[in-house]
Ligand binder design. Structure first.
Ligand code: 9MR
Ligand code: ZN
Length: 537
């Protein structure tokens, strides 16, 4: 990658009526020019502030360009092109959804949809039950989780939920045709794509209602194409987190798909109810730990209280039955983190369900009290954003594996806050997280493959590494800097002194900083859909 520019921008451009933040590593001057070189504005003295996460002095500048077009920024002997466009983020949002299509398992990706990334069907052999090797079951479909070929129930359920809520809240921002096999069938493609995972999810349920935690091999495959990965896949033991998340997701999906396909909606609701009954019969936490000899993703969780809460909320929304409301209220009373939207903590999805789907009908506790709580909890992210030179809503000590997840998840919380309160500061801070993802960051990198002038080129993604196409599969978002749990090899290369926001290697082996994952794409899709809905005005 080229050396970083001192002018950090959203590489995909800015919208006319939303704050156009750029970040520069200079005291000034910064000159803004039109496309012919004419000076529009000069910022002689900037006031840089210390940005702890990047270990640099950076100055935040907001431009006010109302006319779409091409402009130039000049500073520190550099000149950088920026664009203002009426709908700057529609293509990247579409690509992030299409990115999930490229993760499809169990079917061929045809050249008409996948272009150079076409490949034959993968993982079509029957799965073997890990606990009873005599049991074989055909479980086909779903998305490969990430750079590996595993398929995991909890993370899959959360990904689908992000998509469905993006569609419910911002349909105009995420309903473009995507050139996938189902395109043109009368259903928006975001729902067609999500259904591919839902059909798989339904197959992951055991006869007693519980969900298997995952369907993976015992070990990760080498960097081969998926169709070459032919070792046995196992249905791993069940867990209460997987069961709770699947239950919630299927109950949610039963509402969203009812208008398009009632029998499918009913199948999902019945499955969710069977999962709920299992949870009722098994009130104690059933954790998942990789069995001896298994090395694939663990997605270990310390509690299922949030999954049970989310499931109760979604089933209440789906059925209106008092028993689900009571269960949700009881879970809520025991304490929930209402602004977390990742695979490990799904409390935010329960809050989203109550506040934006059930609404007033949820009552004094699940609506009025929960709303107050939600607004309070989301305040912290605005404070984090304000402390950061780039406006990034992440504590410098929390650049974890997949830091893009907390950053996008915090953006989601601020978006929901803005929707409830109408606060522009929340909306604008959410936008700064989007700018981060698309290039306004300490690495001068757009984290979405195939987009922007300098984007991630070598993600830890098996098909991207194993195919003979140079460019990575497009529309996949990298996990980004991770100073909390880096690999020893990463530590050796970057050393102790590299600041957290720069703890990143655009190198294929670096799963710890540069993997992609379906549930990193999905909160970005939610954020993109929201912003697209604003730019449509
Ligand atoms: O997203 C997961 C992250 O929170 C964990 O810190 C990390 C290490 O355990 O695992 C991540 O999930 C990986 C999963 O275990 C297997 N598929 C790839 C996932 C993304 O790196
Ligand atoms: Zn596959």
């Amino acid at each position: 990658m080229d050396s970083p520019s001192k002018i950090r921008i959203n590489q995909l451009g800015y919208a006319p009526h939303l704050p156009q933040r750029v970040t520069v590593l200079t005291n000034g001057p910064l000159i803004l020019r039109d496309e012919h070189g004419g000076e529009i504005r000069r910022f002689d003295h900037l006031s840089p502030q210390w940005d702890e996460a990047s270990g640099e002095q950076v100055a935040a500048v907001t431009l006010h360009l109302s006319a779409p077009g091409t402009y130039f920024l000049e500073a520190a002997d550099e000149r950088r092109k920026i664009t203002v466009h009426k709908e700057p983020w529609r293509d990247v949002t579409d690509a992030l959804i299409k990115g999930l299509y490229y993760q499809r398992c169990g079917c061929a990706l045809e050249a008409i949809h996948a272009g150079a990334y076409a490949h034959p069907a993968c993982h079509t052999a029957p799965a073997v039950d890990w606990e009873d090797r005599n049991v074989r079951k055909k479980v086909i479909g779903g998305w490969h989780d990430a750079g590996d070929y595993g398929k995991y129930v909890g993370p899959g359920a959360v990904t689908v939920a992000h998509l469905l809520y993006a569609f419910m809240l911002f349909p105009s921002g995420c309903s473009d045709p995507l050139n996938i096999p189902e395109s043109g069938n009368g259903v928006p493609d975001i729902l067609n794509e999500a259904r591919y995972e839902l059909e798989w999810l339904l197959q992951m349920q055991r006869a007693d209602g519980a969900f298997h935690h995952k369907l993976t091999k015992a070990r990760f495959a080498p960097f081969i194409m998926p169709q070459e990965d032919r070792e046995t896949e196992y249905l791993m033991p069940v867990s209460s987190c997987a069961t709770g998340a699947a239950c919630a997701c299927l109950a949610l999906a039963s509402r969203v798909y009812r208008a398009f396909d009632a029998p499918f909606a009913n199948r999902m609701l019945l499955s969710a109810l069977r999962a709920w009954d299992w949870l009722g019969r098994n009130p104690a936490f059933v954790p998942f730990q990789n069995p001896e000899g298994v090395r694939t993703g663990q997605y270990g969780d310390r509690s299922d209280a949030d999954e049970r809460f989310w499931a109760a909320c979604e089933l209440f929304a789906a059925t209106g039955e008092a028993r689900f409301r009571e269960a949700a209220e009881a879970s809520y009373a025991r304490g929930q983190q209402l602004t977390q939207f990742g695979w490990a903590n799904v409390g935010g999805l329960g809050a989203l369900c109550c506040l934006f789907d059930v609404k007033e009908k949820a009552g004094d506790i699940l609506y009025a009290a929960l709303k107050k709580d939600f607004l309070e909890q989301s305040e912290a992210y605005l404070a984090l954003s304000q402390k950061s030179g780039y406006g990034t809503a992440l504590d410098p000590a929390h650049y974890v594996w997949g830091s893009i997840l907390p950053i996008m998840s915090h953006a989601m919380a601020m978006i929901l806050n803005a929707l409830i309160t109408g606060r522009e500061d929340m909306r604008d801070a959410a936008l700064l997280q989007w700018h981060y993802a698309l290039g306004m960051n300490a690495l001068d990198t757009c984290f979405v493959t195939g987009f922007g002038e300098k984007s991630v080129l070598h993600p830890h993604h098996r098909p991207s590494g194993a195919d003979d196409v140079e460019a990575p599969v497009p529309g996949l978002i990298s996990g980004g800097p991770n100073k909390r749990f880096p690999y020893p090899a990463t530590k050796e290369k970057l050393g102790e002194d590299t600041p957290p926001a720069k703890y990143f290697l655009d190198e294929t082996p670096s799963a710890d900083t540069n993997e992609i994952a379906i549930y990193w794409n999905s909160p970005a899709i939610f954020v993109g859909a929201y912003l697209n809905s604003l730019t449509l005005k």
